[in-house]
Ligand binder design. Structure first.
Ligand code: F0G
Length: 308
């Protein structure tokens, strides 16, 4: 695949050795920092292709339902392609910076009084209209583009990892990663973490009641290629904090679901694992408690007094 005319430089994200977390988990863990894609999430890998094909097909607008990251990504590539982007988000349930990203590049951001699932239903209908192309991961071009992470990982690691861990929201990414490795004749264990409290989870990016790719993911589970772990809110938050505090990598809450799944699985001794961190921490800064902020007079004594 040649470079798309609409590329913003997606992919080639850092693979970081997580030394301290490795010691805790008893494996060799690497973090694939896919939040360092152009719009701050893994969505860019597939969106560039989906928008390029929508443009080539003569579309007037791309449309998507989103918890925020798909919206930001679709909006950016649509701007480059000169297409309109219409994004529907569940009202009051998405992180502000993601909506700001979409608005900044000229997207129509419409909040729907309902859930992500409601918004997706509307978008599937809109996608049938003349001139509109749906760019959620139900669009096969999205999945096709997201497969690129498999070859990239093998290249960076110099081998096929024993385990790849990632979040499971709608399941588009699980499908893409499984297909990407299968295309290369590789079959790492795919360990995927979903929020047990899907429709209400604190990890707003994966607040999805009915995963669009549920059936396909169930097939992958049936053929023993994927293991799904349902994680508590505490497990999600704990893994997110561990990634930040022990490795210095600030990802958004949903992104650490793969690490949370690894923590639950245990018995990883001697294995080489990669956790895909899907979105950047700055996407959702409100997830970080503000309580530690301290304001002092401009003296060294005052600073030392606060440090205790
Ligand atoms: N991680 C992040 C940061 C996400 O934004 C998403 C999905 C996922 C993981 C789950 O990926 O749906 O392919 O299983 N975000 C979508 C959005 C729903 O609208 O941005 P999935």
């Amino acid at each position: 695949m040649g470079l798309s005319p609409f590329s913003l430089g997606e992919g080639s994200t850092p693979l970081v050795r997580a030394t301290r977390l490795s010691a805790e988990l008893g494996c060799e863990l690497h973090l694939k920092c896919d939040g360092l894609n152009p719009t701050g999430s893994f969505k860019d890998r597939g969106m560039v292709l989906a928008v390029e094909r929508a443009h080539a097909a003569g579309a007037h607008a791309v449309v998507c339902a989103s918890t925020g990251n798909t919206a930001a990504s679709a909006a950016a590539y649509a701007a480059r392609a000169g297409l309109e982007a219409v994004v529907l988000t569940p009202a009051g349930a998405t992180a502000g910076p993601k909506r700001a990203q979409a608005r900044a590049v000229g997207a129509r951001v419409i909040e729907v009084r309902g859930t992500f699932d409601d918004a997706l239903r509307l978008c599937r209908e809109l996608g049938q209209r003349e001139g509109f192309v749906l760019v959620n991961s139900l669009n096969p071009d999205r999945v096709e583009g997201q497969k690129s992470i498999a070859a990239e990982l093998i290249d960076q690691l110099g081998r096929v990892p024993d385990i790849v861990a990632l979040p499971f929201g709608g399941g588009g990414n699980v499908s893409a990663v499984a297909a990407g490795f299968a295309d290369l004749g590789a079959a790492p264990r795919l360990i995927v973490g979903e929020a047990a409290e899907r429709p209400t989870t604190w990890a707003s990016a994966i607040r999805i009641g009915e995963p669009a790719h549920a059936e396909h993911v169930a097939t992958l589970v049936g053929s023993a290629r994927v293991e799904v772990l349902s994680l508590s809110e505490h497990e999600l938050a704990d893994a997110w904090q561990a990634v930040a505090r022990t490795e210095g990598v600030f990802c958004e809450p949903a992104s650490a679901a793969g690490v949370a799944a690894l923590k639950r699985v245990g018995s990883l001794d001697g294995l080489v694992a990669v956790a895909i961190l899907t979105g950047h921490g700055l996407k959702d800064p409100d997830a970080v408690a503000d309580g530690a902020q301290e304001v002092v007079e401009p003296t060294v004594e005052a600073v030392l007094a606060v440090l205790g």
